[in-house]
Design a protein around this ligand. Structure first.
Ligand SMILES: Cc1cc2nc3c(=O)[nH]c(=O)nc-3n(C[C@H](O)[C@H](O)[C@H](O)COP(=O)(O)OP(=O)(O)OC[C@H]3O[C@@H](n4cnc5c(N)ncnc54)[C@H](O)[C@@H]3O)c2cc1C
Length: 354
């Protein structure tokens, strides 16, 4: 059996494209996690789990309604900021859907059609190109297995193995951030999304999100040599405790990498019969680390190009221009947000809310 498309990664990008590629194609999707319903998932993705308005719009277009079982209370419609340099707190309205990320990924995987072959608990290892066919290797049940495919779609997230094989000479370290989150069973009850700006912690930002009975505190710290991310996190905790927050009752810690796309060369869409979507392509907001909207949009436009059959990569590249422009705009916004003086002016004008 030779598949038309092998999708590596069943996160928001991979599961979306698996649903949208039409039935004229034989598709297989691989993920190292076991995303089958009713089976215990051992490694949850480190994520704030907020669906921002841009992503909500795409879900609406896709006619997807998030089941209630995936939602987490409280639903959020207010953002507040705390700034180590600016005394005045900024408060603005913005609606976020608050979700349980683990349940969300499982739900997205559960609506991939039957016609798509699912291979879970399968760790992608690499591919070989021979006789115009790709052999894709993965590790599952204690052995290396392989499948054959005409095309590969890398949807394997920020540390994409597919991307590193397509672009072996690329150095992504310079834009890498270590993202960390801690979950507390705090007695504090907050009903908003809190954005924290403190240059002693990070040149990016930190966030606090209520999730049911927990408070999630997160930050993203530039992965420089000798950086002590844990110590920076303690600075963040101390800063917030001084502001009156109760961060007792630590439940769990989690981490991930973010590659912040600050240059257009950070975005890579693939070449020949190999494609990248979602965070593997570099699609994530450099100003807020919002990634769902980009994961969905890139999956939609690549699926459209695939379903149209001809000049797939060319069409994908052409349609991805609007996403690239959006990221460029977010870069400009991020230059403003992360410069103290400009931030002060902008807070007065309430531009963050947009
Ligand atoms: C701390 C943090 C907080 C965030 N908060 C938000 C938020 O609140 N809202 C928002 O919109 N975005 C947020 N993001 C960004 C968002 O999580 C990502 O942009 C989004 O998940 C990207 O989707 P994706 O499908 O491209 O990649 P991923 O969600 O990373 O999915 C990749 C998939 O590939 C699989 N995989 C990876 N490697 C392999 C391999 N070798 N073999 C097999 N399978 C593999 C993984 O198991 C995973 O299922 C956050 C990111 C971080 C780090």
């Amino acid at each position: 059996m030779i598949y038309d498309y092998a999708i590596i990664g069943a996160g928001p990008a991979g599961s979306t494209i698996a649903r949208l590629i039409d039935k004229t194609n034989n598709v297989i999707i691989l993920d190292r996690r076991n995303l089958d319903q009713n089976e215990k998932w051992l490694s949850s993705k480190c994520c704030g789990g907020l669906i921002a308005p841009a992503a909500q719009k795409v879900l609406e277009k896709l006619e997807l309604k998030i089941p209630n079982s995936v939602l987490v209370s409280p639903q959020l419609n207010t953002v507040k900021t705390i700034d180590s340099k600016i005394k005045k707190q900024n408060i603005y309205k913005k609606n976020y859907i608050n979700i349980d990320r683990e349940k969300y990924d499982r739900w997205m995987a559960s609506i991939i059609p039957e016609r798509v072959k699912k291979e879970y608990s399968a760790v992608f290892k690499g591919f070989k190109y021979e006789n115009n066919i790709y052999e894709v290797f993965y590790y599952k049940d204690g052995e290396t297995k392989k499948i054959k495919t005409n095309n590969i779609i890398g949807a394997d997230g920020s540390i994409s193995k597919v991307r590193s094989l397509i672009y072996p000479d690329e150095d992504r370290a310079v834009d890498k951030y270590i993202a960390m989150q801690k979950w507390y069973k705090s007695s504090d009850k907050i009903d908003h999304y809190l954005a924290v700006f403190n240059n002693n912690v990070t040149d990016f930002y930190s966030w606090m999100i209520p999730k049911g009975e927990y408070l999630v505190l997160g930050t993203a710290i530039k992965a420089k040599e000798n950086i002590k991310a844990n110590e920076k996190f303690v600075v963040l905790e101390n800063f917030l405790e001084e502001k009156g927050f109760n961060l007792d009752g630590l439940i769990k810690k989690e981490g991930a990498f973010i590659t912040r796309p600050t240059r257009s060369s950070n975005i890579k869409l693939g070449f020949e019969n190999k494609f990248l979507i979602g965070e593997a392509a570099g699609f994530i907001s450099p100003s807020s680390a919002e990634g769902f909207s980009y994961a969905f949009k890139s999956a939609i436009i690549l699926a459209d190009a695939i379903n149209n059959k001809k000049e797939i990569l060319k069409k994908y590249r052409r349609k991805a221009v609007s996403i690239k422009i959006n990221i460029l705009y977010k870069n400009i916004k991020s230059k403003i947000m992360y410069s103290y003086l400009l931030r002060k002016i902008i807070m007065e004008l309430k531009i963050f809310a947009k």
